[in-house]
Write a protein that binds this ligand. Structure first.
Ligand SMILES: [Zn+2]
Ligand SMILES: [Zn+2]
Length: 347
């Protein structure tokens, strides 16, 4: 069978012939229907420093976002059977560590990460442990099913984990990547009064507006005044930091209203700088780090939103290519200026 494989610890990947893997006793064999390229896959493909943390062994099959059909199940698999239409959680939690025992499986450190620290799904067939499988509704189109995983990031980021009601709230999204675009749609569908995005790429900001952002502001001089005007200088109830630069984090914290919540989703390696710590403590602003998705609470919220009829996530899918044309798919993702949302791979 054909698979997109990282064959060398260097930029790129190859489409090569490999044998169909055997499912272990607690695993299933899945036939790929659709895959979706994640920003993380782009880092792995480009082989930058962010990717080298994950990939320890090559050859390794890329990809972690998918929809597919189970074709074979291991001896100990109980809840799934051949023919089931599935996707999967990327964090293959261990089930034993202190986080796993405290309902924090999404931040398990001893488990594996599908397609990052072990073989993934950009292949005609691949194996997945039963414990991370998610059964899709038969109504859900395969390209939408494949992006439930990143949509889960958007949902977790937008809804948070304790103050989930966005009804009547104001939401500010910093960043215009595909997950940020989906977060705009999620916030609006959940009843946010005002959804403002701060971005840099016209095409992506346009998609965010189509998905429900009331306004997408282009980053540049004067933008702080506009933001200040919009909120009468008070800031937003909820700010989603989805750009991942030290400046964006500072801006996010500044534009979170007193007592509001900032969801931290973007990643960078610099120190977290809070100008005046005492002032921060007194502000009651909460920083919520968003790592992956809550297992399975976020997945259930994704399902609820997709079935609600209030949210059409499809505009975020900008390209569909065949699996063997994966290089084209990665080129769409890395094209400058950035124009792509999610890129779907079809075998
Ligand atoms: Zn992903
Ligand atoms: Zn664990």
């Amino acid at each position: 069978m054909k698979a997109v494989v990282k064959t060398r610890k260097a930029p790129g990947a190859e489409l090569i012939d490999v044998s169909v893997p055997e499912p272990g006793t607690d695993e299933v064999l899945v036939k790929l229907m659709t895959g979706s390229i994640c920003g993380t896959d782009v880092h792995i493909y480009a082989w930058d420093s962010g990717a080298q943390v994950y990939i320890k062994n090559v050859p390794q099959v890329l990809g972690h976002e998918f929809a597919g059909t189970i074709v074979e199940v291991g001896k100990e698999v109980r809840k799934f059977k051949a023919g089931d239409y599935v996707s999967a959680e990327t964090h293959i939690y261990c089930g034993k560590c202190v986080q796993c025992r405290n309902d924090q499986r999404h931040i398990c450190e001893t488990g594996r990460i599908f397609g990052l620290t072990c073989n993934g799904c950009f292949a005609e067939y691949f194996t997945v442990p039963e414990r991370v499988l998610w059964k899709n509704s038969s109504q859900l189109p395969p390209e939408i099913a494949a992006i439930q995983e990143p949509m889960g990031n958007a949902v977790y980021c937008a809804l948070g984990d304790y103050d989930k009601n966005l009804e009547g709230r104001s939401v500010f999204i910093i960043g215009d990547g595909p997950t940020a675009i989906m977060a705009a749609g999620v916030a609006k569908a959940e009843g946010a009064r005002l959804v403002i995005m701060l971005g840099r790429h016209d095409r992506r900001m346009e998609i965010a507006e189509r998905m429900g952002a009331d306004r997408a502001l282009k980053d540049g001089p004067g933008v702080e005044e506009i933001v200040s005007d919009i909120t009468a200088g008070k800031g937003f109830d909820v700010v989603l930091e989805m750009a991942g630069s030290p400046e964006a984090v500072k801006l996010a914290l500044r534009w979170t209203r007193i007592g509001g919540r900032m969801s931290a989703f973007g990643i960078h390696g610099e120190p977290l700088v809070i100008d005046n710590y005492g002032q921060y403590v007194r502000s009651g602003k909460k920083i919520l780090p968003i790592s992956g998705r809550l297992i399975w609470r976020t997945w259930e919220e994704v399902r609820r939103l997709l079935e609600s009829g209030n949210l059409d996530i499809s505009p975020v899918i900008t390209h569909k290519v065949r699996l063997e044309e994966f290089e084209k798919g990665f080129a769409f993702m890395t094209q400058r200026p950035k124009v792509s949302g999610k890129v779907i791979l079809i075998p």
